[in-house]
Design a protein around this ligand. Structure first.
Ligand code: GSH
Length: 216
């Protein structure tokens, strides 16, 4: 399998963790989002949305959208399972995922940042405040939901890693990178630290990606 990825991409980070947890080998192909590689004709033929991740499966199939990829991997490689058994619990895990995937992440991606800067003249310092605002609102909700769900569990939903951890960890990592204080999210931070003790998470972090720049 080939994963089109970028060191800073939170969506690709989720997929890297999933592939490792499911024991799948993959080659990483860098798509430099800051240089605009995602708009090349070659990349658009893989993903007409001009976004990573894109997962090229053996054969002709190309999968895009990180949640679709996570669910596909879960169905194809059910062990270790990243979803609880009970439908109600699966729905809760997916709802945690979507806070990060659907409600925080899309507001802070390069295309949105560059649009508000170019079209509305938003200065760099206000961009940080934009990112921080949406991240804090999302992490605040995640903190409340984890506390409601996990009964002092090690991870976001009990003592077993679930898809929720794959979505929350990159978001917390990004908050750290943007120097957003995390004191108000002690449970989420504890879950992040517990996940980072697992090699599949630790080895998927941006800092160890082949395209991680020297000057960051
Ligand atoms: N909903 C998509 C979002 C993918 C996405 O926005 N990826 C970002 C990187 S994390 C990207 O490629 N952005 C390109 C851009 O904003 O120009 C998913 O979960 O896969």
């Amino acid at each position: 399998m080939k994963l089109y990825s970028f060191w800073r991409s939170l969506a690709a980070y989720r997929v890297r963790i999933a592939l490792k947890l499911k024991g799948q080998e993959f080659d990483t192909i860098t798509t430099d989002l800051l240089s605009g590689d995602q708009f090349s004709q070659e990349f658009i033929s893989l993903n007409p949305q001009s976004m990573v991740p894109a997962l090229v499966l053996d054969g002709d199939n190309i999968l895009t959208q990180s949640m679709a990829i996570l669910e596909y991997l879960e169905e194809l490689f059910p062990s270790p399972s990243l979803l609880p058994e009970e439908p109600i619990e699966r729905a809760k895990v997916r709802s945690l995922c979507m806070i990060a995937v659907a409600d925080i992440h899309p507001l802070v991606v390069p295309r949105v940042r560059s649009y508000i800067m170019k079209e509305f003249g938003l200065p760099e310092k206000d961009l940080e405040s934009w990112i921080s605002n949406w991240t804090k609102i999302g992490l605040g909700a995640i903190e409340v939901q984890i506390n409601k769900y996990n009964n002092d569990g090690k991870y976001s939903f009990g003592d077993t890693v679930t898809l929720a951890d794959l979505c929350i960890v990159p978001q917390v990592g990004a908050a750290k990178m943007f120097n957003i204080p995390l004191e108000q999210y002690p449970t989420t931070t504890r879950v992040f630290n517990n996940c980072m003790e697992l090699p599949e998470f630790f080895e998927s972090r941006p800092q160890v990606q082949p395209d991680f720049p020297d000057d960051v």
